[in-house]
Design a protein around this ligand. Sequence first.
Ligand code: FAD
Length: 570
Amino acid sequence: YPSLSKLIVLFTVSGGGLVAYAEAKPHSSLSGVESSQVDTKKKRVLVLGTGWAGTSFLKNVDSSLYDIQVISPRNYFAFTPLLPSVTCGTVEPRSIVEPIRNIIKKKSGEIGFWEAECFKIDAKNNKVHCQPTPSVGSTDLGVKEEFIVDYDYLVVALGARANTFNTPGVVENCHFLKEIEDAQNIRRSVIDCFERASLPNLSEEEKRKNLHFVVVGGGPTGVEFAAELHDFIREDLVKLYPAIKDLIKITLLEAGDNILNMFDKRITTFAEDKFRRDGINLKTGSMVVKVTDKEISTKERSTGETSSIPYGMIVWSTGIGTRPVIMDFMHQTGQTNRRVLGTDEWLRVEGCDRVYAIGDCATINQRRVMEDIAVIFSKADEDKSGTLTVKEFQDVLHDICLRYPQMELYLKNNRMKNIVDLLTDPKANVNKESIELDIEAFKSSLSQVDSQMKNLPATAQVAAQQGSYLANCFNRMKECEENPEGPLRFRGIGRHRFLPFRYKHLGQFAPLGGEQTAAQLPGDWVSIGRSSQWLWYSVYASKLVSWRTRALVISDWIRRSIFGRDSSGI
Ligand code: FAD
């Protein structure tokens, strides 16, 4: 912190700065573009990935302004929140995917797509190294050559891979639930377990082993899968396999003390009670240490006791890890000892002016609030020997609130309320008035906010909002190049032409099976039960990416309620 022990804020003009800045348009990054580089030729934008973040960017960007190329190993967008429903045939895989070419066809201007995998990002030379996606089955097109693509701007939206925490045997013996193929494999595997357990020459012990389904990870995906599987078994499979119905067991293993620990406590408790009532064997505080082709070994966190359980099928869902290409890029940019790429609040990869990273592969590097503010105040201190005009103080405060949305609320709810009111109310009569700001009180308010700062969750909501935010920034890039003066007056850390990315949390769902869903909506409004299930149906139907997928998913739900789920092992 600067040497100021008391900061004297001189009110020489009336307020209004915060209001004016709130109208500033999003984003910057293009600050790196020299005017000499701005030419009439369209800039090349390369988008890596066709998941939530990449697709949202493509849907929102004005494609007539750029020469856009998309690279992804899959030529479709998958609606991941419905993947657990695909594992049990509640929804068919094709109902939740939209070909990426359908999406880009609707855009004005040309957008190119190559089905390939990027294996190296060379940000120094603005190049990306790619190889064609390995072909499936016998349809080898014979294209094996690697190729290099140049770009002016790169949008990295590569997502993440499943995290195994290097647990031995997981990759070889467990199913993951990340991609459409994973969901299809799980569906086949469930039916295989039932068919194997029905064979005549098996002992009861072997049948029990085949019918033991283990889910590792009590997060939203693991819980939803366990609930789907329980419904599938109870509503459909027990009728088809009556002889073995008493041997079926579902176990949910969670290393922490509770499942769904990112949800409100009421939801966690309800979900745990419901699972126990449903006969799902819920084991919390239990860490998986090894998996072989026959058994899964666990260690109790509290006692250190180990045990091995035979299983028929395991689904591993313990969070996300870093893709190798991202890991390599992080090494290049000096971002070692991190899990995902760090960006600034404008979603630029730190140290690479023309590279943006959005979605699960990135995280906004929240510089410590205190450090930032110290820089802002020391700048003011240097210039004004400890005295700020109201305009300057507005700039400082505005910069703080822009960077840390929680700060604005916090200031309003605490000691700073009067000051913020004065500064934000253009009608406030503060001319020539002076006020003493207790810097120590201010400092302690800041450190409390600092400790509350959390990374954004890796969800489709965040990825989609980042994609559309970045697209808006790209759409305004030209306007900003023509008006290089940003809205903020303090140079250095706070000077950007766009507002930083702000995440708007719209709530989250946890389907718990038996037509019961828990919903946690903004304002910590919690609802659990059938009414939330209907809310879930309507929200997910409305969020699907096209009318075609919407119609398919709704017809799948109707088909399931009339005829049940299909149990053929194809
Ligand atoms: P992804 O959607 O994973 O997309 C990554 C893209 O990069 C893909 O197109 C992939 O093919 C491509 N790619 C990968 N490697 C390469 C490469 N080397 N070169 C080029 N392209 C590559 N979130 C919610 O908000 N609500 C939910 O209900 C929810 N449910 C979920 C259920 C499941 C089963 C799962 C797995 C996730 C769920 N999520 C949910 C999380 C959500 O799916 C992710 O946060 C979201 O997909 C992240 O978007 P993304 O674009 O960063 O990554």
